[in-house]
Design a protein around this ligand. Structure first.
Ligand code: ATP
Ligand code: MG
Length: 333
């Protein structure tokens, strides 16, 4: 087995994982675990940066996110899971990295900029939120990750990580840190039901544990073409979320092409299309939902998977810090 370290960062346990997470990075992780040494982190510390006043929510969701990972089929014998807050070396490394990054560089990070706007932080922006890309650099480098499967919104984080790695190696005249490459999926940005990026906080997400009833309601409310009023009117396919989903999840490409042609010509109603999508999404989610329900009966098993992986990660993190401290002349004994 090639000794490439794959790391996943992100995935803040502030709510259940959704279809955007699945197509943006989970699908790749399911493949990568077969070939590489893979780490998957549950970002509870990162979740605190915008949820510090809701610790019980994060505590609850660590288990929920763990359930999601196992339900989609990640194998704990192949993938090492860890809980961010239980690896104190990440916090230590973040502290060292903070000297290598300017505040203005963090303020220019496009993902952070958008998230600050979405959350209406304005003058009350927590310092921890502004610097979370630095802690993300520590998440990746603490296990010397070299390949990171992500959606496209995470590209600025990988760029920031590599800038820090280069500065560190240059300043401390070392090569202990390695640059990471982003692995972008073929669906780098899945829209939510309203057409904007699917995200927990936007309330437009279809979760991996959703019931048929949840899926039906959400698909029925999906954004289509506002000018397509009557069935016989010609409709737009571009920007129509239902078609975006059919492109991603419907394996019958020929029928989808026919439906698009019919829709553009006029004579195909939204409801018929949405019914088709409901069936397809339910067929996709049902096996995940069922495994999730089974696993949920044994929460101790799920927590033990996370804790066992965390124990293994601690050893790797200690080794990295040994190398880092030596490079920084902080190796007093
Ligand atoms: P959310 O963005 O829903 O609040 P989060 O902040 O916990 O979730 P992120 O770090 O944004 O999680 O996402 C985890 C991974 O999933 C990242 O690689 C991210 O790019 C990917 N991802 C999240 N949403 C989408 C999406 N709508 N389309 C494609 N990839 C996505
Ligand atoms: Mg996000």
């Amino acid at each position: 087995m090639e000794q490439k370290q794959i790391v996943l960062t992100g995935d803040r346990p502030t709510g259940p994982l959704h279809l955007g997470h699945y197509v943006g990075s989970l699908a790749n992780r399911l493949e990568l675990e077969k070939k590489y040494k893979q780490y998957v982190m549950i970002a509870d510390v990162q979740a605190l940066t915008d949820n510090f006043e809701h610790p019980e929510k994060i505590r609850r969701n660590v288990l929920e996110v763990g359930l999601d990972y196992l339900a989609v089929g990640l194998d704990p014998d192949k993938t090492t899971f860890f809980i961010q807050s239980m690896i104190p070396q990440i916090a230590e490394l973040t502290m060292f990295y903070l000297n290598l990054v300017t505040v203005s560089r963090l303020e220019r990070n496009p993902t952070v900029k958008t998230e600050i706007k979405d959350r209406n932080f304005e003058r009350s922006l927590p310092a921890g939120f502004l610097m979370y890309p630095v802690s993300q650099a520590a998440d990746i480098t603490i296990v010397k990750g070299t390949l990171v499967p992500v959606g496209e919104d995470q590209l600025p984080m990988i760029e920031q990580t590599n800038e820090i790695v280069r500065s560190f190696n240059r300043i401390y005249k070392t090569d202990v840190l390695h640059e990471a490459k982003a692995l972008i999926s073929n669906v780098p940005r899945l829209p939510g039901t309203d057409g904007t990026k699917m995200s927990k906080s936007a309330g437009n997400a279809i979760s991996l544990g959703d019931s048929l009833d949840d899926i039906s309601k959400k698909v029925m409310s999906m954004y289509t073409d506002p000018d397509h009023v009557r069935v016989e009117d010609p409709g737009k396919v571009e920007g129509n979320v239902v078609f975006t989903y059919l492109d991603v999840f419907d394996s019958n490409k020929q029928e989808v092409a026919q439906l698009k042609a019919e829709y553009q010509k006029g004579g195909l109603g939204d409801v018929k299309l949405k019914r088709r999508l409901i069936d397809i999404l339910d067929a996709f989610i049902a096996p995940i939902r069922e495994r999730r329900e089974q696993l949920a009966k044994d929460p101790n098993y799920v927590m033990n998977v996370l804790l066992d992986g965390t124990k293994k990660t601690l050893h790797v993190a200690e080794q990295t810090m040994y190398d880092v401290r030596r490079a920084m002349l902080l190796d007093y004994k």
